[in-house]
Design a protein around this ligand. Structure first.
Ligand code: HEC
Ligand code: HEC
Ligand code: HEC
Ligand code: HEC
Ligand code: HEC
Length: 122
């Protein structure tokens, strides 16, 4: 456990190493955002006081003018939009959030697909 803690402090976070843990343990948000874990969550396995703040390097970014909410997509597997995260050491934006990607699924799944679903009316 002590060795794990030392490694944890020196080595960047890897999703692959943590593939036995459910996404929701660390990304527990139930609203628009899934969010990031507080150090206490890491501390569950890495010691009572996990001292390192969790770094977040933003990789996925949706165009500012498009509306999105995780809560409304809770029936969709994370993998559809983020790829096979649990097999990755380093994450990249694997899936481009193009209009075709987003709206295409809405049309297929008969969700709302008119422009105002994702764009504010001007
Ligand atoms: C459910 C238990 C659990 C939680 C929660 C957890 N870890 Fe880990 N972590 C592990 C295990 C198991 C290993 C692998 C240790 C080994 O190989 O000996 C590990 C290894 C690591 C390593 C070493 C490098 C590597 O990838 O092998 C780092 C860094 C790390 N964790 C950071 C974190 C951070 C940051 C958090 C919180 C965001 C976190 N861990 C939450 C179980 C956990
Ligand atoms: C329908 C597509 C879709 C699904 C399904 C999805 N996401 Fe996302 N995710 C996104 C988009 C789009 C963003 C970028 C949001 C932004 O830039 O405002 C994002 C951003 C994130 C972020 C960055 C921080 C945040 O909260 O915005 C995390 C973490 C995340 N997703 C985790 C998850 C997890 C875990 C799941 C499964 C439980 C999941 N996502 C399911 C599309 C999706
Ligand atoms: C043990 C904690 C832990 C688990 C389990 C975990 N994550 Fe993460 N996740 C993190 C941390 C910490 C970061 C920020 C890492 C960084 O920025 O280098 C992150 C970043 C992400 C991002 C990038 C967000 C962005 O900036 O766009 C996505 C997407 C994501 N995780 C999805 C998932 C999915 C899907 C799962 C389950 C398959 C999962 N995560 C499981 C801790 C975790
Ligand atoms: C895999 C299919 C799928 C993908 C990909 C997807 N969506 Fe959705 N989305 C849905 C479904 C189905 C609903 C309706 C869910 C419900 O009724 O609760 C929805 C709901 C929404 C809503 C709420 C609409 C309302 O009723 O007010 C918004 C906004 C939205 N999606 C935006 C996006 C954006 C932006 C993207 C791309 C980043 C995206 N979606 C990608 C299937 C998808
Ligand atoms: C399901 C969500 C969704 C719906 C519905 C939707 N869009 Fe989009 N739209 C997006 C996203 C996401 C982007 C950002 C694409 C990117 O960054 O590549 C976008 C981008 C755009 C752009 C910028 C140029 C471009 O193509 O990237 C225009 C213009 C646009 N949308 C118009 C519309 C119109 C008109 C409608 C109605 C027919 C519509 N959108 C319906 C999600 C949606």
């Amino acid at each position: 456990m002590a060795l794990t803690l030392i490694l944890a402090l020196l080595i960047p976070f890897s999703h692959r190493t943590h593939n036995q843990t459910a996404c929701q343990i660390c990304h527990a948000g139930t609203g628009v955002r899934k969010g990031f874990p507080r150090p206490a969550v890491c501390g569950r396995c890495h010691g009572v006081k996990y001292p390192k703040p969790v770094q977040w390097t933003r990789v996925n970014e949706l165009a500012e003018f498009a509306r999105f909410s995780h809560a409304r997509h809770r029936k969709t597997s994370c993998r559809v939009c983020h790829g096979p995260v649990e097999t990755r050491n380093v994450l990249t934006a694997e899936i481009a959030f193009t209009m075709k990607f987003c709206r295409g699924c809405h049309v297929r799944e008969k969700a709302r697909a008119e422009c105002g679903t994702c764009h504010e009316a001007k």
